[in-house]
Design a binder for this molecule. Sequence first.
Ligand code: 3HC
Length: 340
Amino acid sequence: MNGFGGEPLLPPIGSLHVILRIFDVLMEMDLLQRFEAYVAAEKKIEPKDWMPDAYRKTLIRQISQHAHSEIVGMLPEGNWISRAPSLKRKAILMAKVQDEAGHGLYLYSACETLGVQRDDTIEDLHSGKAKYSSIFNYPTLNWADIGAIGWLVDGAAIMNQVPLCRCSYGPYARAMIRICKEESFHQRQGYQIMMTLAQGSADQHRMAQDALDRWWWPSIMMFGPSDAASIHSSQNTRWGIKRFSNDEIRQRFIDSTVPQAELIGLTIPDPDLTWNAERGSYDYGEIDWDEFNRVIAGDGPCNAERIERRVTAHEDGSWVREAALAHAEKERARREEVAA
Ligand code: 3HC
């Protein structure tokens, strides 16, 4: 049997090379079967466990994108810390933005347990190689946008992330438990801002409605492409990374958010939104997938600005990293001196 260019594809049967290769393949098949049975039994995979390369790769992809989303997600809100309407709102927003930084750090750490260097994942974000959530490429024009982000964006994040607390990869699942608790607080503070505005003056009500009008569809897009277009869903569901499909979680979010909008007298900007009694769910209008694809390809309203800001922040912070390393080195030398 020949491979490309007339080269023999396999050495003669019986050679030690072939026997070892067959042994490797059988071992790998056995490990894969055991891995899949282990995951199917709802047991957690830990960093030192054997895992298929594709499982490791898809987790690195998803967890690093998730970490980048948390970090880039600080920018649109951080922009409003100095302009929050009261000291109380300022303190709350500062704590929230700080929480997002913490989420990014837990997630970069979880990602590192898979054998990648944090610096490399950050470099991928800065070079435009790595994705982050589409939602953070939209501008925050006024204070109501901070309410809409908390209510809708953090609300969507929780809907997507609570199932990730049961992810088959232990370090990711454990990081998600704390993250979801904090996101839940974020969602409530956002809804409370929207409620205050919606029940305030006519102008404030208009601000709240305008923010909902601008953030609704981008929030709906956060759940990713439709199930038919989702490339990773079926394998990642089989491996216990994803528990529900993109469309299932999107539907849950819509069903739970519509009554919240009604309660505070706001209207969801979707003329096709109707209750479907047979399905026990809302039918909703067509999502603008062209817009989604443009934004994730880097051509959203704020993509360039967001990356530029992250790169500048990273460069400005280099002296802090250098100082921390120098301090750690001094401490190590001091410990060695004492021990000697
Ligand atoms: N923005 C950017 N890219 C997106 C996206 C979005 N909203 N939704 C999907 N994509 C990308 C995927 O990353 C994938 O690209 P890749 O192959 O280059 O990596 C491609 O579109 C195809 O999508 P799939 O449905 O096949 O991808 P997944 O199965 O990974 O599903 C996901 C997408 C549901 C976002 C999943 O990755 C996920 O659950 N990720 C973890 C949660 C997360 O990252 N959330 C970010 C939200 S923001 C946040 O948490 C901050 C908080 O403070 C609000």
